[in-house]
Design a binder for this molecule. Sequence first.
Ligand SMILES: Cc1cc2nc3c(=O)[nH]c(=O)nc-3n(C[C@H](O)[C@H](O)[C@H](O)COP(=O)(O)OP(=O)(O)OC[C@H]3O[C@@H](n4cnc5c(N)ncnc54)[C@H](O)[C@@H]3O)c2cc1C
Length: 346
Amino acid sequence: MSRSSFTHDVIIIGQGLAGVVLFETLTERGLRVMVFDAPLEGRASVVAAGMVNPLVFRRTLLSWRASEMLAIAGAFYRDLQLQYEASLWHPLPLIELFPTAQEAGIWQLRMKDPEMERFLGLGTSTDQAIQVMPQPYGHGEVKRCAWLDVRAMLAIHRDRALASGSLAERKVEEADIVRSSDGVEIHGRSAPLLVYCAGPFSTGAGMVPVRGEGLTVRIPGLDLGSMLHRGVFVIPIGNDLYRVGSTFAWDNVWGGATAEARRWLLQQLERSIPRPVEVVDHWVGVRPASRDRRPILGRIGPHEAVFNGLGSRGVLLAPWSAQHLADHLLTGAPLDPEVDPARFSA
Ligand SMILES: Cc1cc2nc3c(=O)[nH]c(=O)nc-3n(C[C@H](O)[C@H](O)[C@H](O)COP(=O)(O)OP(=O)(O)OC[C@H]3O[C@@H](n4cnc5c(N)ncnc54)[C@H](O)[C@@H]3O)c2cc1C
C-alpha cells in the first residue's frame, strides 16, 4: 500500500510525556501523526513534578547516560518552548542538605571523579533561603538541573493537536485495532505503524508500576530560588508555591492518594523548612517503571512498536528515547540492546 492510502504515517496511543515527545519528534521529521488518548485514572505525566536531575541521590552516582540525556533533553525542551511560545523549561540548581557527615564525605569523594565533578559543587549556594536552613553537615549542589512544566506542555500540545485534528480523546480497546498485512486502522485512522505510549497501563513484559504521591504547598515568604533535597524534593514553581515529593510504593499501586503519604511528606518537609505550610493539592499517579530501570523501546510486531518504561525520570529520558526509537523505526538504525523490549521475553 502506498503512503497516500493511509490517513497517517504513525498512530500513537497515549498523550502523556512519551506520546507528546514522540509526536513532536516525528512531526519534526515530516511525518503525519495521529494520537488517541483517554485520561485514565493514575496516569503519570499530569502529576510529574517535572524535575530533571542527573544524580541518583541514594548512591551519589550519575544516572544512566546522564550527560548524553541531559544535553538532548535541554535542547529538545528549549526548542519546544519556542515552538509553543510558552515558558516550560526552568534551569535551577538542586541543593542537597547532607543528613550525615558520612554523606558529606561521599559527596566530596565523588567530586574527585572526572565525570562527576562538572555536575557537583560543595557548599556553594548563594541562595538566601538555603543559607538560613539548618545544615549541620553542610550542603552540596547539583548543577545543570531544571524542572519542566509538564502539565503546561501537555495542555498546549492537547490544544494544538485537537485544533489540527491530530488528537482524538477516546480510549482504544484491543478490539478497536484492525490489523492488516500492511498496517493498522483505529476508529477510521490508518497508518503503517502504531506506537503504544500507554505508560503504566501497558501490560507488556518487564513493567513494574510504582505509585507516587506528592503535594503542592504554599509557603509564604520562603523565597527559595533553588530546588532542594532532604528526604524529599522541594521545587519552587512560583507565587510562593512548591511541589514536594514524591513517595514510592510497590503495593496497592492503583489505590489512590493516602493520608499516610501526606503525613510523611509533611514530616520530611518540616525537617528542612520548619515553617507554616498550606497544602494546596495532593497528587498521585503511577510511574511506568521497568524491571531494570531502562526505557522499553522498539518493535513488538510487524506494524507495532512500544515507547515505555520512563519510570521516575521521564523528563530526562523521553527526548533521547524518542530520537532513538525514531532513528530505529524510520532509518533502520540499530536498537540499543539495553532498551530492546525483547530483553524481557527471553
Ligand atoms: C508522583 C510522581 C512524580 C513524578 N515526578 C517526576 C519528576 O519530577 N521528574 C521526572 O522526570 N519524572 C517524574 N515522574 C515520572 C513521570 O511522570 C513518568 O516517567 C512519565 O510521565 C511517564 O509518561 P508516559 O507518557 O509513559 O505515561 P502517562 O503519563 O501515564 O501517559 C500514558 C497516557 O496514555 C493514556 N492511555 C493508556 N492506555 C490508553 C488507551 N488504551 N487508550 C487511550 N489512552 C490510553 C493514559 O490515560 C495516559 O494519558 C513522576 C511520576 C509520579 C507518579
